[in-house]
Design a protein around this ligand. Structure first.
Ligand SMILES: [Zn+2]
Length: 448
C-alpha cells in the first residue's frame, strides 16, 4: 500500500456534499491508495480495519470538503488591464489583440499560473478554454490538478485555434495523465464561428467521444443580435446547429428565456454560472435558482483572470449567493448548501466526472480540500443544531483559508503552501510572459 496516498483525515467537520445537506461533525475520511475508503463519524471510521495502519492527519479546527470544480476558466495574463469597458468593446480592443500576439510559450506560462493559483485556493478540477493547450496539458500534468482542456476555436478570425488544431490536441490528450487531463472541443462565441464550424465541432466531439464547451447569452445585445442574424435565440440556434447534449457545457447563460431553459433541461446540457464576471462586465444576473428548479445542471466558474480578477472559488460561491439574493429580492435564494453543490458535485457532473470526483463518497478518488476555521472570521464555530460551517465556507472563507489539497490522494497543498511545484518560478515566468505579451501586442499592425 502506498502510504503517501493512504491516510486518515481525523476529527474535522466533514461535508461529503453527495447531494444531501449532511455533515459529520466531528468526522473522518479514510483514504486508501488514493481512493476514499470510508467517510463518517469518528467512531465509525476508527472502526475500519485499515484505519490503524495508515498515517493520521489531525484536522481539529478544520472543515473537510470535496475539491472545488472551476467549470469555466481562461488561463490568461491580462489581469487588471482594460477595466470598465463593455463586453464587446473589451473583446475587440483588448482581448482579441492579445490573442493575435500570443505565442505557445506565453500561453503555457499563463496556464501554469492559473492552475497553481486555483489549486492554492482549493480548486482541484478546471475546465479551461485557452490557446496552444499542449502547454496547458503539460502544466496540469506537473501541477497535479485535474484539467479539461477546450481550445478557443473560431473560423471567422485567423488568430484563434481551429478545429484542426483542436483535433491534434484530441489525438494526443483526449485522455492523458491517467485520466486527470482530458481534451474537449472548444468553440468561441457564436459570432466568431460559422454555422458549418458548429456542425463540424459536433461531429469532432462525436468522433472522439468527448465533450463541447462554449459561451452563450452573456449579454442582452448578444441575444438581440442572434435573433437579428439567425431569427433564433442563442440556445435555440445551438440546438439547431447540433451542439447541445449531456456532454456540452455552456458558460454564462445569463439571458435565457423559459423555452431555452427547457431545451437545456431536455438535452441535459449544463450551464456554468460565472457571477463575478457577469457583475464586473455588467452582463446581468442569471436566473440560477429557476434553472436548477427546471432540472438544469448548474456549475460554477470564475471565468478568466481578466474578467474576475481572482480565481478564488470560495469567493465565487459568496458572489453566486449574493447575486441571487439581490437579483430575486428573495433572501431564501442562494442557500449555502446549494452553492456548495454547484462548486463541487454539479461541476463534476457537468464535466462527466461525477463517478470519480465531486463528493466525498466511498470509491471515489480522494480529491479533498481542508479549510482552517481557527481564525477570527470564523467565530463562532458551532456544532449540532447551530451548525454554521456551510455558511462560513460560502460567506466568510477565501482562498487563503485553504490549508490542504489532495487530488487522487496525492497531496498538492500543505498548510497553505503548494508543494507539487515551485510557485516562485511559476510567478516569475508568468510575469515575464505577460511583459512579452504586452510588448508584442503594442507592435501589432491594425487588422485590415
Ligand atoms: Zn469565458
Amino acid at each position: 500500500m502506498a502510504t503517501d496516498t493512504s491516510f486518515v483525515l481525523r476529527n474535522g467537520a466533514v461535508l461529503p456534499l453527495e447531494g444531501h445537506k449532511r455533515s459529520h461533525d466531528p468526522g473522518s475520511v479514510l483514504v486508501l491508495d488514493g481512493k476514499i475508503a470510508a467517510v463518517g463519524g469518528l467512531e465509525e471510521v476508527d472502526a475500519h480495519p485499515a484505519t490503524g495502519s495508515v498515517p493520521v492527519i489531525d484536522l481539529t479546527g478544520h472543515v473537510v470538503i470535496p475539491g472545488l470544480v472551476n467549470c469555466h476558466l481562461h488561463s490568461g495574463l491580462l489581469r487588471g488591464t482594460a477595466e470598465s469597458l463593455a463586453l464587446w468593446d473589451w473583446l475587440n480592443t483588448h482581448v482579441d489583440p492579445a490573442h493575435r500576439a500570443m505565442t505557445p510559450a506565453i500561453a503555457e506560462a499563463a496556464s501554469w499560473m492559473a492552475y497553481t493559483e486555483g489549486l492554492r485556493g482549493g480548486t482541484t478540477s478546471v475546465l479551461d478554454m485557452w490557446r496552444f493547450m499542449e502547454g496547458s496539458a503539460r502544466a496540469a500534468e506537473r501541477i497535479g490538478i485535474r484539467a479539461t482542456l477546450a481550445p478557443y476555436t473560431a473560423d471567422k478570425f485567423s488568430y484563434f485555434e481551429t478545429l484542426e488544431t483542436n483535433r491534434r490536441l484530441l489525438e494526443t490528450h483526449r485522455i492523458a495523465a491517467d485520466g486527470r487531463v482530458r481534451a474537449w472541443v472548444g468553440l468561441e462565441h457564436l459570432f466568431y464561428c460559422s454555422d458549418q464550424m458548429f456542425r463540424d465541432a459536433a461531429k469532432l466531439a462525436e468522433e472522439f467521444d468527448t465533450g463541447i464547451h462554449t459561451h452563450s447569452s452573456e449579454t442582452i445585445w448578444e441575444v438581440e443580435e442572434c435573433l437579428r442574424q439567425f431569427r433564433r435565440r442563442p440556445i435555440e440556434e445551438f440546438h439547431n446547429r447540433g451542439i447541445l447534449g449531456e456532454r456540452t457545457v455552456v458558460a454564462h447563460g445569463v439571458w435565457l428565456d423559459d423555452r431555452e431553459v427547457k431545451i437545456l433541461a431536455e438535452t441535459r446540457t449544463s450551464v456554468t454560472h460565472c457571477p463575478c464576471s457577469n457583475m464586473k462586465l455588467s452582463s446581468g444576473p442569471a436566473r440560477i435558482g429557476y434553472y436548477r428548479d427546471q432540472g438544469v445542471c448548474v456549475a460554477l466558474g470564475s471565468d478568466g483572470e481578466k474578467e474576475n480578477n481572482s480565481l478564488d472559488m470560495l469567493e465565487e460561491m459568496k458572489f453566486a449567493s449574493l447575486l441571487q439574493k439581490v437579483s430575486t429580492l428573495d433572501p431564501t435564494s442562494g442557500d449555502p448548501w446549494d452553492v456548495l453543490d454547484m462548486a463541487t458535485l454539479s461541476g463534476a457532473r457537468a464535466l462527466g466526472l461525477d463517478d470519480v470526483s465531486g463528493s466525498l463518497e466511498v470509491g471515489k478518488d480522494a480529491d479533498i480540500v481542508t479549510v482552517d476555521l481557527r481564525q477570527l472570521h470564523f467565530i463562532p464555530r458551532l456544532s449540532g443544531e447551530d451548525f454554521n460551517v456551510p455558511a462560513h465556507l460560502v460567506f466568510s472563507a477565501s482562498a487563503s483559508d485553504v490549508a490542504d489539497v489532495w487530488v487522487k490522494g496525492r497531496q498538492l497543498v500543505e498548510a497553505g503552501e503548494v508543494i507539487s511545484v515551485d510557485v516562485a518560478d511559476i510567478a516569475a515566468n508568468a510575469q515575464a510572459a505577460a511583459e512579452e505579451l504586452f510588448e508584442r501586442r503594442r507592435s501589432l499592425s491594425p487588422i485590415s
